[in-house]
Design a protein around this ligand. Structure first.
Ligand SMILES: [Zn+2]
Length: 172
């Protein structure tokens, strides 16, 4: 206590920073945290893929300070999607495998930017294939990728109240 008073009474920026650094661990949780389910790491106040984290020379030696369940794994466990992509049309029936591969590959690329964006499920619903996602952003991104790869028609419907994105892609 006496030490921190001493520092706070000294007006140099350097010492103030030093004091903040010394006290931070008491307020913020220890980093990096590792998700027990998927291995994502929380560091620098954001979630990253373990591969991404370990690519940085600064972070190669990281060892998780604590284990947690990341928000995406929790959402998957609770079954609460934030986005849906509805796919339909004759083209879907004829190119199902190709389309599914594109969707999964795009989700993999998106995970590099934000590992909390995940596909929860690919499910048949009548004539539709419905992809549920943990984030609105991923649903939107999948819609864009489908349109770019296969043309067709895409429509976005965002409910900001429910924080739910519905994307409809169709090609006959
Ligand atoms: Zn996780």
């Amino acid at each position: 206590m006496r030490t921190s008073k001493h520092y706070s009474n000294v007006g140099t920026t350097k010492r103030v920073d030093h004091e903040a650094g010394r006290h931070r661990p008491k307020r913020a949780a220890a980093e990096p945290a590792e998700c027990l389910s998927c291995g994502a790491l929380y560091v620098g106040r954001r979630w990253v893929l373990p591969e991404t984290a370990h690519e940085s020379p600064k972070h190669q030696e990281w060892r998780p300070q604590r284990t947690v369940t990341c928000p995406a794994c929790k959402q998957i466990k609770d079954g609460l999607p934030s986005g849906f992509v509805h796919l339909k049309g004759r083209f879907l029936a004829d190119h199902r495998g190709e389309i599914e591969r594109l969707v999964l590959a795009e989700a993999g690329r998106a995970a590099v930017d934000n590992p909390l964006g995940r596909i929860m499920e690919l499910k048949e619903a009548g004539e539709e294939l419905v992809v549920s996602t943990t984030t609105e952003h991923l649903a939107k991104r999948l819609g864009q990728a489908l349109e770019k790869a296969f043309a067709g028609h895409v429509r976005y419907d965002f409910s900001h109240e429910n924080k739910l994105a519905r994307v409809y892609w169709e090609r006959d």
